[in-house]
Design a protein around this ligand. Structure first.
Ligand SMILES: Nc1ncnc2c1ncn2[C@@H]1O[C@H](COP(=O)(O)OP(=O)(O)OP(=O)(O)O)[C@@H](O)[C@H]1O
Ligand SMILES: [Mg+2]
Length: 248
């Protein structure tokens, strides 16, 4: 079975989408059959790789996922685009767990053909993130090196633990990646130490530096790996890809 990585953190703007997109491109370039699933109504992963959001999402309209897949500009990478209509899923009333279970069954049915699936989650702990967690084999959590970095993480970890309890031996806490790292800041070092003390070896050695090329790449519909091959951000994401691939 392939690996399904859920890129999640309820905190906004920590680098989830950036990490999901660049890992997807890097891993596809390593020759793995890869799928990037955009589960965020903001659709940043979709537009950041030069695709349009879909009006009618298969998860909402209960259509087969394969009808909505798009080929990315990199061979062996496909994208399941996001949809603004996800907003409706997020506010759906009713039993949260059972609804997420139905959605995750539907989602999982389309993921078996890949070596690697990366799911980009919205900054919340609602239906979409729960659906993504229930469909995944690993959680990858980006943490931004800033004050309050660990704030709210207990809530997030509690949600992850509940999914783990429901589906023993399927979901694991795959890793944590420190983003927007600035070696010159004392605060960055403090967050780095705190996170590694707390989470131990699941924290990736590779850290992602703050690099303007990383933030410019999406406006060109490309991964930073292609937009700025020599950038520090590129080097970091390529290293992270290798670390992720090694952890199998
Ligand atoms: N390493 C980096 N260097 C510079 N800018 C970055 C870096 N990583 C991310 N950014 C920028 O920071 C912003 C937030 O990143 P991103 O969209 O990946 O976060 P997110 O967690 O997906 O946000 P949201 O919670 O809204 O979905 C974006 O403008 C992105 O371009
Ligand atoms: Mg995002």
């Amino acid at each position: 079975m392939g690996r399904i990585l859920c890129v999640a953190n309820q905190k906004g703007g920590v680098g989830k989408t950036t990490t999901a997109m660049n890992l997807a491109v890097g891993i596809a370039k390593a020759g793995k059959r890869t799928l990037l699933v955009d589960l965020d109504p903001q659709c940043n992963a979709t537009t950041g790789l030069g695709q349009q959001p879909t009006a009618n999402h298969p998860l909402v309209s209960r259509q087969p996922l394969k009808d909505s897949l798009r080929k990315a500009y990199v061979p062996s990478l496909e994208i399941l685009p996001g949809s603004r209509s996800f907003q409706d899923v997020e506010v759906l009333a009713g039993s949260e767990a059972s609804h997420a279970a139905t959605l995750s069954q539907h989602l999982a049915s389309g993921l078996s053909a890949y070596d690697f699936v990366l799911i980009d989650c919205p900054p919340s702990l609602g239906q979409l993130t729960q659906t993504a967690l229930a469909s995944s084999t690993e959680v990858l959590m980006p943490i931004q090196c800033e004050y309050f970095a660990m704030e709210g993480l207990t809530q997030m970890i509690e949600v992850i633990r509940r999914v783990m309890d429901r589906r023993p031996n399927r979901l694991k806490f795959g890793g944590i990646v420190l983003t927007m790292y600035d070696h010159s800041l004392e605060l960055t070092k403090e967050v780095d130490e705190e996170v590694r003390d707390f989470f131990g070896e699941i924290v990736y050695q590779t850290v992602i530096p703050r690099d303007v090329a990383v933030s410019e790449a999406p406006s060109h519909g490309r991964s930073v790996i292609d937009y700025a091959p020599r950038a520090r951000g590129t080097r970091a994401y390529v290293e992270l890809c290798m670390e992720v691939l090694e952890r199998e």
